[in-house]
Design a protein around this ligand. Structure first.
Ligand code: HEM
Length: 77
């Protein structure tokens, strides 16, 4: 796997996790709207559970993302 592909995968996964954070956040505060929009799939307790646990992939992906972004920065001299 090329480094470029690995970067792309991490970038997309990070974007998905951030979107999931926002959706599940509204799934807690605006659960009536979110429940009906998701045909009853994303209930308030489920949104709460997901929102509370998303920090694990979020932190892991953020660390990977920063690592990949700083690895090939130009160095002095
Ligand atoms: C990138 C976006 C977001 C991130 C990184 C984020 C992260 C977090 C974290 C770390 C917590 C604490 C969880 C815990 O107590 O262990 C939390 C709680 C909470 N978030 Fe978010 N959040 C995001 C977006 C949102 C949005 C858009 C909403 C609502 C519109 C929202 C609503 C809530 C609510 C209501 C709680 C409290 C749940 C409780 O009562 O414990 N979040 N969020």
């Amino acid at each position: 796997m090329t480094q470029q592909l690995a970067k792309r995968i991490v970038q997309w996964l990070l974007a998905i996790v951030i979107i999931a954070y926002i959706i599940t956040g509204f799934g807690i505060t605006e659960y009536r709207i979110v429940e009906s929009l998701t045909l009853g799939l994303l209930t308030k307790p489920l949104a709460f559970k997901i929102h509370n646990n998303l920090w694990i992939p979020f932190v892991a992906l953020l660390i990977l993302h920063i690592y990949q972004g700083t690895r090939d920065l130009p160095t002095k001299n």
